[in-house]
Write a protein that binds this ligand. Structure first.
Ligand code: PA5
Length: 434
């Protein structure tokens, strides 16, 4: 039985051709992925990571995480896109912010708000803190600026040598500005392998160091990813939910749906949504092709987006994540006078009410001509997080190859950067806006 179950029955009713008819194409593309013969094939390092991750470096990650927890109350993780979303998604998924006596992880360099950075500097003033700066290219403006500012604050607080012992750099193994800075200053360094792109890097030091430092069991997370790796190593759609998901969303796309919404009913899933949006949006959205990826947290957003989903333009479908078992729950108490008329729920758990909201909403959206897929995950733990990461990565590679785009590049991201550099007067960009 699958650890994570995928039910596409509701979507089937909207399809004239069923996913299983794509089995031959899926087999071919599976071979393309595993033989590494497709577009962007030098970025397939993530494929075997759950098995082949660098064990020596992982041992150093465990030690560094211990050291960070000993030396600091706060870890500032500096990074953007794939260099931040995976760790953020993991922290939210595992509810770390609510747990006591844990190292607090805060993020910087994931936007360019001066107000945010100013408030963060103020917050850190009376706290012991360390920095994990993450950038594969080592040249991305947002994290580079934040690092320059926070490094100065750290050096002012602990002196240059003290700061050096509190800075951990995760970057390319031999090039880029961050590599140069880290090498020159003697920071402890972790490597983002050449063949692993930013958004596929959660299972490298990019995700592992911040998560381990926050007290998350990354060993279990890697075990979850390994189970997914094994499960999705064969292309048969009957036993490969990642490919069944890819094939179904492809058929919905080619039948006219243009938007996929990833929906969760637990607030812990909000950043998994964000990570997923980057993974699929940057991997598929090119050559004027690809589903627009959106997300929602229900039942919250049923009171904002619900109207549109039910009755607006019929160009979307939903992938709903259901959590089978929640760690904590609340019982709804009985009240003698029942003035709020809620006694019909007395003795029920809030999770039960939430699960009925999920069922009712899926039925309503189906009636409103919004196809649904249902992904059922057992619980919100590190094993499941690791499994899900690999599930979506594998599904994403298959999805992008199905629409004939390179899943591993992001040429479109450069357009805003060029204009911004020209406007900021960066050397070499003088002629861009002429
Ligand atoms: O998926 C990607 O490659 C990108 O989204 C990058 O992660 C993002 O642009 C950050 O790049 P870098 O890690 O080089 O700073």
């Amino acid at each position: 039985m699958a650890y994570v179950e995928l039910n596409v029955d509701d979507a089937r009713q909207f399809l004239s051709v069923q996913p299983e008819t794509l089995q031959k194409r899926v087999n071919e593309l599976h071979k393309v992925i595993h033989d590494r013969t497709g577009l962007g094939n030098d970025y397939l390092g993530w494929l075997d990571l759950p098995k082949t991750y660098d064990k020596e470096e992982y041992a150093r990650i465990l030690l560094a995480a211990k050291k960070i927890r000993k030396q600091s109350r706060v870890l500032v993780v500096i990074g953007i896109g794939g260099s931040y979303l995976g760790a953020k998604a993991g922290l939210e998924f595992l509810q770390v912010p609510f747990k006591k006596n844990r190292l607090e992880v805060v993020f910087a360099g994931h936007q360019m708000s001066g107000s945010y950075l100013n408030r963060l500097l103020d917050y850190l003033k009376d706290k012991q803190f360390s920095i994990n700066v993450i950038s594969k290219s080592g040249t991305t403006t947002e994290p580079a600026v934040a690092f320059r500012v926070l490094k100065k604050a750290l050096e002012e607080k602990y002196g240059v040598d003290g700061a050096k012992a509190r800075i951990y750099a995760t970057t390319d193994k031999k090039r880029g500005a961050l590599f140069t800075v880290a090498k020159k200053n003697g920071y402890e360094m972790f490597v983002i392998p050449d063949d692993v792109g930013g958004r596929y890097s959660v299972l490298t030091a990019v995700g592992l160091l911040p998560l381990q430092a926050a007290g998350i069991n990354t060993k279990t997370m890697l075990k979850g990813a390994l189970e997914a790796y094994k499960r999705f190593s064969k292309p048969n759609l009957a036993n490969n939910e990642a490919y069944l998901y890819a094939a179904t969303r492809y058929l919905l796309y080619t039948s006219g749906k243009k938007v996929e919404m990833l929906v969760g009913y637990e607030p812990n899933l909000l950043y998994l949504n964000e990570w997923w949006k980057q993974l699929f949006g940057e991997s598929e959205g090119k050559d004027h092709k690809g589903l627009f990826v959106a997300s929602a947290g229900f039942s919250t957003d049923l009171h904002s987006l619900g109207q549109y989903i039910q009755e607006g333009e019929r160009h979307l479908f939903e992938t709903v994540i259901k959590v089978s078992e929640t760690e904590l729950d609340v019982l709804i108490p009985e009240e003698e006078n029942d003035l709020d008329e809620l006694n019909y729920l007395k003795g029920e758990t809030l999770s039960y009410v939430n699960s009925q909201a999920l069922k009712g909403t899926m039925m309503a959206h189906q009636d409103g001509l919004v196809p649904n897929m249902l992904l059922t995950i057992p619980k919100l733990d590190s094993y499941t997080f690791g499994y899900l990461v690999y599930f979506f990565e594998k599904a994403c590679a298959m999805s992008a190859y199905m629409i004939d785009v390179n899943p591993f590049n992001q040429p479109g991201v450069e357009a805003y950067k060029k204009n911004m550099f020209a406007l900021l007067g960066k050397k070499g960009y003088e002629n861009i806006l002429k």
